[in-house]
Every structure is written in C-alpha cells, then in structure tokens.
Design a protein. Structure first.
Length: 354
C-alpha cells in the first residue's frame, strides 16, 4: 500500500509539472496563455495515456513476461495511434488558428510525424525511468526487510531450541534428587526459578551484560554439580572486568552445556571443566575446556578442518554457530581444539552495545 501511494504521489507531481511546463512554460515565451492552456489540456492527456499503456500494459504484461514479439507489435501500433492523435490536434486545431503555414504540408508528412512521436515518447521514457527506478528501490527495501525478518525469525527459533532442552534436563535433575529427599532440593528449586525468570524477561533483550549471562551459567553449573558430586571440578575465571561488555542472551550457555553433555557426562571417573573470560581491545575471549574420554570409548567422531576439530557437538553448539553468523558477521571467531583427553572451545566476540 505504501508503494502504491508513493507511485500515485510520483504520478501526480510528474504530470502536474509537465502540464505547467506545456502551459506556463510555453505561454511565457509567446504571452498566449489561453492558447497554451488548451494545448496543454490536450497534449498532456495524450502523453499520459501513451505512458500508462506503455508501462502498465506493454512493459508489465508483455515485456517483463518475455512476450517480446507481442510487446513490439503493441508498441508500434500504439505509437502510431498516439502520434496520429497529437498530429490531428495540431493539424486540425492549432494550425488553422495560429499557424496557417502548417497546412501547406499534408497530414501524413513524415518529418512532422517523427517530431510528434519524439515529443510524446520522450515524456514516456522519462516517466518510465522514474517509475522503474522507484520500483527497483522499493524491491530492494522489501528484500532487506525480508532478510531482517528471516534473521529475526531464525534467532527466535534458535532460542526456542535452547530453552526447552535446558529446562527438560534441569527438571529431570531436580526430580531425581527429590525422590531421594536431598536436602539441597529447595536450593535447586530456587535456582531454577531464577533461571526461568532470566528466560522470561532478560532473554527478550537484544543484548545483556556478560556478568548477567555468567550469573545464569553459575546457577546452571550449581544444578549440574549436584548430579556429579565430588568427581566434578568446575573452575570459572574472569581475568578482566566484563561489566560493560554486552552479548545476546543464551549465547554462552550451549557451550557450557556441551561440556557436560559430550564431556563429563560420559566420564565415570574424575572430570573437570574450566571457563576463562578475558577482554582486550573491545574483544571478549571465552575459553571453555572440559575433560573427556577418548573417542574409542564414547563412540563419538571428531571431524577436522584446517587442522582443528570441528565436531563433537550437538544441536546447541550448531545453534551458537548459526546465531554468531547472523549477529556477528565478520566480528567473531569460533574454534574447536581436540586433545586426547580434553576438548577446548574458543569464542571471540566484538563488543555489542546494549
């Protein structure tokens, strides 16, 4: 609707300007305002009809639909018709009243016919150029909007894939502990309520402080530590101030989840996770490393690319990769390194203002 209204506005301005030119522009030279008012009242509608037929019928219905032969046949016939209409007005009205010498030439006089056709189709070409430039600009704008909408929809889908998965795992942990009347069950329920609050409110923001994301992750880790007991050692180190550094919510959680799901959960012995955060020159570096059993024991396969491990992750890690491509184009690094008994993820991000 906005495009149609803007085209109407363009048409009104264009044809009004052309009418004023044919009337006042011509009349100002000869000081014959009545004569050129009548002239404009006839010539402008002929040009308008020629333009409408060329754009709306010939170009849209034939040329753009690859019906080239029909386009040229229609163009030639319509050009002859509109040219003869203008020629008739000048020959039978203008010449007898204002230019009798014009009657000395026949009605079908090729030089005059060519001049009349050029006068009409210069205006047709000018309007057509403006029309399709406006249409191209609108198409580009709509394409950009669709791309943004697609990216936003994909981001929302990726978020929805993270949250239910996490809630399901956490509720299972609490349920298992409640069956054993574990004394920390109330604390776990409190932490879960904090996580749900984070999901419902903070997750709707485009960006949040890293500190808040880490508080969320800390609650998640505490919930998981109950499951693994003393055999799990988790160390979180923040080497620089991250209070003014912003990231999208739920960006780091899948990386931590991956350490549990594909790392320590497969190890029946002592296991560990180390999380390091540092900031330098507006870049945040997050390193998450976890112990893991060798591939021959857990059945996972690690792919490689440029000498680095790029496998050993599930849907959550794939979601992080897709979100980074959307939110941080050319402004992030995401790498994986495999050792025999450990797996390291390194994420680097450019600061994202709130």
């Amino acid at each position: 609707m906005d495009f149609k209204r803007s085209n109407w506005g363009l048409s009104v301005i264009f044809w009004l300007a052309y009418f004023l030119y044919e009337w006042l522009g011509q009349a100002a030279v000869a000081c014959e305002y009545d004569r050129y008012l009548v002239n404009a009242a006839v010539i402008v509608p002929i040009s308008l009809l020629a333009t409408w037929f060329t754009v709306q019928v010939l170009i849209k219905e034939y040329f753009l639909k690859k019906r080239i032969t029909a386009f040229w046949v229609g163009f030639i016939i319509s050009a002859i018709v509109f040219t003869l209409l203008r020629r008739s007005f000048n020959y039978f009205y203008t010449y007898p009243l204002y230019y009798s010498n014009g009657l000395t030439t026949p009605f079908i006089f090729l030089p005059k016919i060519i001049i009349e056709m050029v006068n009409i189709y210069l205006i047709v070409a000018l309007y057509t150029m403006f029309y399709f430039m406006r249409a191209w600009y609108e198409q580009q704008r709509l394409a950009q909007e669709l791309q943004r909408d697609k990216a936003e929809a994909q981001l929302q889908l990726l978020k929805s894939q993270v949250q239910p998965h996490f809630i399901f795992n956490t509720l299972n942990n609490i349920y298992s502990l409640s069956l054993k009347s574990h004394p920390k069950t109330p604390d776990l329920i409190y932490r879960l309520s904090s996580l749900l609050s984070y999901m419902l409110y903070d997750s709707k923001q485009d960006a949040i402080p890293v500190k808040k994301e880490m508080e969320y992750i800390h609650n998640y880790i505490e919930l998981e530590k109950i499951r693994y007991g003393e055999r799990l050692d988790v160390a979180v180190n923040c080497f620089d101030t991250v209070d003014k550094f912003y990231i999208p919510p739920f960006l780091l959680l899948p990386l931590v989840e991956n350490s549990f799901k594909h790392g320590v959960s497969n190890d029946v012995g002592a296991s560990w996770i180390r999380i390091d955060l540092s900031v330098k020159d507006e870049w945040l570096t997050v390193k998450i490393e976890n112990s893991r059993v060798p591939d021959t024991q857990n059945g996972h396969h690690i792919g490689s690319h440029n000498g680095r491990a790029i496998g050993y992750y599930g849907i959550g890690m794939e979601n992080v990769k897709k979100r980074l491509e959307i939110l941080y184009p050319e402004r992030h690094e995401f790498k994986y390194f495999e050792e025999k008994q450990s797996f390291l993820t390194v994420l680097k991000l450019k600061n994202r203002e709130s």
